[in-house]
Design a protein around this ligand. Structure first.
Ligand code: ATP
Ligand code: MG
Length: 386
């Protein structure tokens, strides 16, 4: 029996007249994600994308589809003829493996072809009878069954399956504009990138690198994080910014308690330059209110003032535990906790200000040749495409 894959999307359905645009982008992204999975037919109909693959690629396709934003659920269904006869004949070959080891089951029917001669309750009843004929050990349990048998009567065919697999959800990459993620080697920023990417934003990343204070291994770690996060968005470009000269200049000339915030303002300013060049309309950071001295409300205001681009901070109201849970789910956690130093940790003051006054920080920053430092950093960017 031939398995086909049905892709269900959620919110896109609410997009009214724009819906076809979102659907087309999703189909395009799926095609890209399935590159190398043999040849397949793909079409959309009735708020579902149908993929008819070569059978040996089904499992690989499912793995990849789970990481495509905009795909909410995946159903692997057996395609059969649109008749109760075909449903009866399909039970054992299609669903036998699951039903044999189950103790209880129920049947759900969906009939989007309203011309089909039976209504849903009758389809359920008859199918339930076929299941019990084939597997007399089973009992019906409509509340908490081990297996649910779904019978879907659609326009061309009927389908049999045992339920849906949850995928990444969100909106298709590219439907939400472009953003620049400030990606460190920590736990937070990959999660921030994932959450904003999930809203359809196509991301590039900028990483501030202070060689030799931070090592090549720290850079590799960041690239690894970018490639894991980028899997959901069809890849990610990373702009590596040489940051050592700026950090040394700050250390030499600014009051110690201002080091972190002056540094963070430089990060914003340089990220904005690169973002504008790369046509990105927002910055994205992993900041979370109150997590560290540079993330108090007053400190964030000082950092924010350094850029005129909108800054998205999707973790702002989240506890560390919640962030870690997402990091584990998206597979960045184990990489994030590798013990390589970050540029922020190398030059950390003993007593950073938690209630900074903007004018004072601006004055400290003005002790430096700000513009040439920014320009040199931007000129020294190395871009890596993952
Ligand atoms: P993370 O876990 O993401 O490193 P954090 O809790 O360590 O965050 P900070 O080090 O203060 O917090 O950084 C706050 C945010 O600033 C990060 O989430 C990231 O967006 C950005 N950032 C920090 N360091 C770098 C860096 N070296 N390169 C690029 N962005 C950075
Ligand atoms: Mg950090």
């Amino acid at each position: 029996m031939e398995r086909i894959i049905l892709v269900r999307y959620g919110e896109i359905i609410l997009k009214g007249l724009n819906r076809p645009i979102f659907e087309d982008v999703l189909v395009r992204n799926i095609k890209r994600a399935l590159d190398g999975c043999g040849s397949f037919d793909i079409r959309k109909s009735q708020a579902t994308i149908y993929i008819e693959p070569e059978q040996e690629y089904v499992d690989e396709i499912i793995t990849r589809l789970k990481k495509v934003f905009g795909v909410v659920f995946i159903v692997v269904a057996y395609k059969i003829e649109k008749s109760m006869e075909a449903v009866r004949n399909g039970i054992v070959p299609c669903l036998g493996d699951q039903l044999r080891t189950a103790r209880t089951f129920k049947v759900e029917a969906k009939r989007s072809d309203k011309k089909f001669h039976l209504k849903s309750p009758q389809i359920c009843k008859e199918t339930g009878g076929y299941v019990l004929d084939a597997f007399p050990h089973l009992k019906v349990d409509v509340h908490n069954p081990d297996v649910t048998v779904y019978v879907e009567i659609r326009d061309q065919n009927a389908f049999l399956h045992t339920g849906r697999i949850k995928a990444a959800g969100g909106l298709p990459t590219g439907t939400g504009g472009r953003g620049m993620l400030l990606l460190s080697g920590g736990i937070d920023s990959p999660v921030a990138g994932y959450l904003i990417g999930r809203r359809g934003v196509e991301l590039e990343a900028v990483h501030f690198f202070s060689y030799p204070y931070t090592s090549e291994r720290a850079k590799d770690k960041v690239l690894k994080l970018a490639s894991i996060t980028g899997q959901y968005m069809g890849g990610m470009k990373v702009h590596i910014v040489p940051f050592t000269d700026i950090q040394l200049a700050i250390r030499d000339k600014c009051p110690e308690e201002h080091l972190t915030l002056v540094m963070r303002r430089f990060m914003m300013q340089i990220s904005e330059r690169i973002a504008r060049k790369r046509n990105c309309g927002a910055l994205v950071t992993g900041e979370s209110l109150g997590q560290v001295a540079s993330q108090t409300l007053a400190a964030l205001a000082v950092t924010n003032e350094a850029t005129t681009l909108p800054v998205f901070r999707p973790l702002i109201g989240m506890d560390k535990d919640d962030i870690v849970a997402i990091a584990r789910q998206i597979d960045t956690f184990e990489t994030s906790i590798l013990p390589y130093e970050d540029c922020c940790t190398v030059f950390t003051p003993k007593h950073p200000t938690t209630k900074p006054i903007l004018e004072k920080i601006q004055k400290s920053q003005a002790l430096l040749d700000v513009e040439p430092l920014i320009q040199a950093a931007v000129d020294g960017v190395e871009t890596i495409t993952l």
